[in-house]
Design a protein. Structure first.
Length: 653
């Protein structure tokens, strides 16, 4: 957890304050979109094109994030219908009766568990066939290899191993359910009629998001979040209480307890601090936790009045995010998985999908009342996801309205068409989730690093820390410590640059090679470039309109500084070139294996207690402090408020 909190203090909270400050500053100049806000801060013709990246990131992420959102809602529905139930007694009775008609009563996971041997055989044959096809073997050669006694013996050995282990058989059933639901076995499977719950869920959440965004910020997003956030907290607390009261469910395995799960999560491992991958993962998690580097905060902050408190707002948003992630999510997922799965839970620790959609359903299958708590958990994830996804649409909507002059319904329709195209692309090319993974890597990781680095430089060196501090404290009821400004100017850019180069070194070489070896990955890159080109064209058109309408006349120095623009471009390409060179000449090694004694301890060490208590205490203290300061704010005179935000947010009447 140390790298996580270091990243929070050096990247998360400082960048959050910087984005809130820059957003409101751009709003005071009459701009609400990323291209407009960056142009207001850096009055150069090139600035708006960097703002185009702030449109690309939330738009592309929404295209696959809404699909994950549909998975969560689909899982919740499957728990309601009983498809996730794994009743061993019923399975044994059906197996003894050998009646295919009775299998329908078991639910989907139950049928997968019952027929695990057949599905395992099918999986092994398909994997062998794909491998031989990739080697260029003919159909006759492939059939001969599959029918060979050696391969048949190998299949039987794998099936015997699976059936001899109840835990492996159960995990296989849930893994197979997930892969079938999302279409990991073959492209286009997830869009077939056999996957009706996923299709219904996707259409529902997709159009639900656009209904909220069409209604605007105050009548749509704000109203929804006012109910969704407390609901999410209540659901999380219910599941958390259930997890922390699990005790030790297996008497013969006393190490698999709640305390053992907490030890697995919180006991420090100093050797991991030397692993760059640990710091990369921590930094990436901070970006997603606080939504920094997405271009979202800049947009929402632009609607604030000059006397609104961006310092307290930024700290409150950060602390509440950390409360949900550290105090709720962190205390539910890994401890629950460890209690029921033991060391097998470690195999899912590095996989978000594996932990969320395979390990935890496995846990709920063993937990008393698991069907109910499984539904609560996935419905909570769905609520959390929709509060995030709906926020991703507003930055692009704002740009369409202010840059192109579109009305709310026209901008929502245009955005709906573009995002539906992308969502359909990700859903159709579902094999091994390659399209989703490619978009997530190049946009959800690489682009976020670059935009965060750009924003840190713009705040620290273009807006300037003195001016930035003055802007931030306009209307503020608490002050940002002065040293944070120096962190933003010097430490944050250097830290981001180092992390980005290490990230490229460990990931870029294999990713770049993989693009040429897989048509889906290459098509995904082309799709990203097409969307980026489309957005940059619209940004160019918007810039011409802003110039023609005289909106840029009051920006001091606009249209000058071509040498500065060339220096920025040269510097950016130099950074990317260095990262590529390092990536080509350096291949990160495999992650060091965690020592058995480090993960087998069933007790929290003294250091583990200290880390857990101090981390949770700091987060809770921040939340309490922010709530206290918010509740202590002087009342606002209603007559002084002309509108919800005194700025046109595009809300429908």
């Amino acid at each position: 957890m140390l790298p996580y909190f270091v990243s929070l203090l050096i990247l998360g909270i400082p960048l959050c304050w910087a984005e809130w400050t820059m957003g409101r500053y751009g709003g005071s100049k009459g701009f609400n979109s990323g291209p407009g806000v960056f142009t207001a801060i850096w009055p150069n013709r090139a600035a708006k094109y960097f703002g185009g990246v702030a449109l690309l990131i939330p738009l592309i992420i929404y295209m696959y994030y809404v699909l994950i959102e549909a998975w969560c809602f689909g899982y919740a529905l499957h728990y309601l219908t009983g498809d996730m139930k794994l009743d061993q007694a019923a399975i044994a009775a059906v197996a003894a009766a050998d009646s295919p008609e009775d299998e329908e009563k078991l639910g989907r996971v139950g049928r997968l568990y019952l027929n695990a041997a057949d599905f395992k055989r099918e999986e092994l044959v398909k994997k062998k066939r794909d491998a031989l096809t990739a080697e260029g073997k003919t159909p006759d050669e492939i059939d001969t290899a599959i029918r060979s006694p050696e391969f048949q013996t190998e299949i039987e050995a794998e099936i015997t191993k699976l059936l001899d282990s109840e835990s492996e058989r159960r995990s296989f059933a849930f893994s197979k359910f997930f892969s079938r639901m999302v279409g990991m076995d073959e492209n286009g499977v997830s869009t077939s009629k056999t996957n009706q719950i996923l299709l219904i869920s996707l259409f529902g959440v997709f159009f639900g998001n656009f209904i909220l965004i069409y209604r605007g910020i105050t009548k749509g997003i704000e109203v929804f979040c006012r109910f969704a956030m407390p609901l999410m907290a209540v659901l999380a607390l219910i599941v958390l209480v259930r997890v922390l009261t699990l005790g030790t469910p297996y008497e013969d395995r006393p190490e698999q307890s709640v305390m053992g799960g907490l030890a697995f999560m919180w006991n420090p491992h100093p050797e991991k601090l030397k692993d760059p991958q640990t710091w990369l993962a921590a930094s990436g998690q901070i970006f997603f936790s606080l939504s920094v580097g997405f271009g979202i905060i800049v947009n929402y902050a632009s609607y604030l009045r000059r006397d609104d408190d961006v310092v307290l707002s930024g700290l409150t948003a950060s602390s509440m995010n950390e409360f949900f992630e550290v105090c709720l999510g962190g205390l539910i997922t890994l401890p629950a998985a460890f209690v029921f799965l033991g060391l097998a839970a470690t195999s899912y620790a590095g996989s978000t999908f594996g932990l969320g959609f395979i390990a935890l359903p496995n846990v709920f299958a063993l937990m008393p009342g698991g069907q109910f708590f499984g539904f609560l958990w996935f419905f909570m994830l769905f609520v959390a996801a929709i509060t995030s996804s709906v926020s991703m649409l507003q930055p692009v909507i704002a740009f369409f309205e202010e840059g192109l002059g579109l009305k709310r319904h026209a901008s929502a329709t245009l955005l709906g068409l573009v995002s539906a195209l992308g969502c359909g692309f990700v859903m159709y090319f579902s094999k091994d989730l390659l399209a989703l993974d490619t978009l997530d890597f190049w946009v959800g990781s690489v682009m976020i690093f670059l935009l965060a680095l750009f924003q840190a430089i713009v705040y620290g060196w273009v807006l300037g820390i003195d001016r930035g501090e003055q802007e931030a404290h306009q209307g503020a009821h608490i002050r940002i410590p002065r040293f944070i400004q120096y962190i933003l100017k010097y430490v944050t850019p250097v830290y981001l640059l180092v992390i980005f180069i290490l990230f490229c070194a460990y990931n870029l070489k294999d990713r770049a090679l993989g693009i040429w070896n897989n048509p889906v990955a290459l098509t995904s890159i082309v799709f990203i470039l097409l969307v980026l080109g489309f957005l940059l064209l619209l940004v160019h058109i918007a810039g011409r309109q802003w110039e023609a309408n005289g909106r840029l006349k009051n920006l001091e120095g606009y249209g000058t500084g071509s040498a500065q623009w060339l220096a920025w471009v040269a510097g950016l390409f130099f950074i990317i070139a260095v990262a590529f060179l390092i990536a080509v000449n350096f291949t990160g090694g495999d992650e060091p294996a965690v020592a058995d004694d480090a993960i087998q301890s069933s007790k929290l060490s003294t250091a583990g207690w200290a880390v857990m208590v101090s981390s949770i205490a700091v987060v809770i203290m921040l939340v309490v402090y922010c709530l206290y300061r918010v509740l202590s704010l002087p009342p606002v005179e209603q007559e002084a408020i002309k509108g919800p935000l005194e700025i046109d947010t595009g809300d429908t009447d």
